[in-house]
Design a protein around this ligand. Structure first.
Ligand code: NDP
Ligand SMILES: N[C@@H](CC=O)C(=O)O
Length: 354
């Protein structure tokens, strides 16, 4: 390379073209002609069914169309070959896939950066979290996880910066689910809760299976990521989780779920009525303190600091050495395609110049 030549654009593979993946493509397309676009070359796009690769770059606005025409079946084996070439290599994980998460450490070990919205990599078993951390450190590659908690809100970044500045994290508490925040901000006992769940799903706030939100599993993963980032290396089963999903709903296949959602209605109407009588609000809260972690629905006084916010707002309080009495509070939209895609692409831009 000539001494002052521009570095090659980072080569990017996007896995997942659903709610978040499509928004990533839209944001990339909106960068056309801007300096951001020059930093990134999209060379591979895949969902579960198909994949399309082009070494000279796929136009983001046409990527979904290229995918429908692609003769190539989707295979995770193809990702490395598709990324081969000069410049930084980055996988964007916009799936909710166990098999994609299982490969994060592998890609890092091969010198490929990973930017992920999926929490299964860092938010499930401790051994997988450690494998990802170790592979990233050994390969001097980056793992972009901003979108995994708070859909890109500066939560993980703040925890890391506080610790880099010498603080110990004492406790974390707050609303970590955008869909549950939206549900409890809108539920007033009049419309059935199940109807609101359908609306949150259709707006793209829930996980592909909304039971992952309602059961507290998604919040468990986020709390595990926050706790581990704060130096509290918990195993998944060390988080006490109280689910909102009745057993008869939990056992159903995804295909039969929609019709059975009204099973949520009566128990939540009762919880709401009790809270209302006391002048309180229902909020789905995650708490970490003294190495103990728990997640579940709480009834909070209406003026409680964690009861505020609107829409899909996450609201998270962090206590540390410098924020000993009054916590640092971070609030903002915690779900939705656009903010999540923006968080992912912030990470991609950072990784592209590492
Ligand atoms: N929605 C939100 O507000 C937020 C979501 N996230 C996370 O983003 C991720 C994606 O969520 P969302 O877009 O809503 O989910 P969707 O179900 O809309 O999209 C998932 C996509 O992943 C694809 N996919 C699944 N497995 C594979 C695989 N092995 N290889 C390639 N593609 C695969 C699916 O393919 P196919 O189309 O063929 O089914 C689909 O295109 C989740 O992990 C979620 O937790 C994080 C923050 C906020
Ligand atoms: N389903 C999640 C989406 C973001 O992680 C949520 O509701 O917070």
């Amino acid at each position: 390379m000539a001494p002052f030549a521009e570095p090659a654009a980072a080569r990017v593979a996007l896995l997942g073209t659903g709610t978040v993946g499509s928004a990533v493509l839209e944001r990339l397309a909106s960068w056309r002609g801007s300096p951001f676009a020059e930093k990134i070359s999209l060379v591979h796009v895949a969902n579960t069914r198909q994949s399309a690769s082009d070494r000279s770059g796929l136009a983001p606005a046409e990527a979904l169309h290229r995918l429908t025409l692609a003769p190539q079946r989707s295979s995770l084996e193809a990702v490395e070959a598709a990324l081969a070439g000069e410049g930084a290599r980055i996988v964007i994980d916009a799936t909710a896939s166990e098999s994609v998460a299982e490969r994060h450490a592998h890609w890092l070990a091969r010198g490929i950066h990973v930017a992920t919205a999926c929490k299964i990599g860092q938010g499930t078993s401790l051994s997988r979290w450690r494998a990802i951390r170790a592979a990233g450190a050994a390969g001097d590659v980056g793992y972009g996880d901003s979108a995994t908690v708070g859909a890109g809100l500066p939560l993980l970044r703040s925890l890391r910066e506080l610790q880099t500045g010498g603080d110990r994290i004492h406790a974390i508490a707050g609303v970590l689910s955008g869909s549950l925040a939206w549900l409890f901000n809108h539920y007033n006992g009049m419309r059935p809760f199940s109807a609101l769940v359908r609306q949150a799903r259709d707006a793209g706030y829930t996980e592909p299976d909304p039971r992952d939100d309602l059961s507290g599993e998604d919040v468990r993963r986020k709390l595990l990521i926050l706790a581990r980032t704060a130096g509290v290396e918990l195993e998944a089963d060390e988080v006490e989780v109280t689910s909102l999903v009745p057993p008869e709903l939990a056992i159903l296949s995804r295909d039969s779920l929609d019709a059975a959602l009204p099973a949520l209605d009566m128990p939540l109407r009762e919880r709401y009525a009790e809270a209302y009588k006391r002048g309180e609000k229902l909020r789905f809260i995650a708490r970490l303190q003294d190495g103990r972690a728990r997640v579940g629905l709480e009834s909070l006084p209406h003026d409680h600091p964690l009861a505020g916010g609107a829409g899909t707002d996450n609201r998270v309080a962090i206590w540390s050495d410098r924020y000993r009495t009054q916590p640092l509070v971070i609030q903002g939209p915690g779900a939705g395609a656009e903010v999540t895609a923006a968080g992912l692409l912030d990470d991609v831009l950072r990784l592209s110049t590492r």
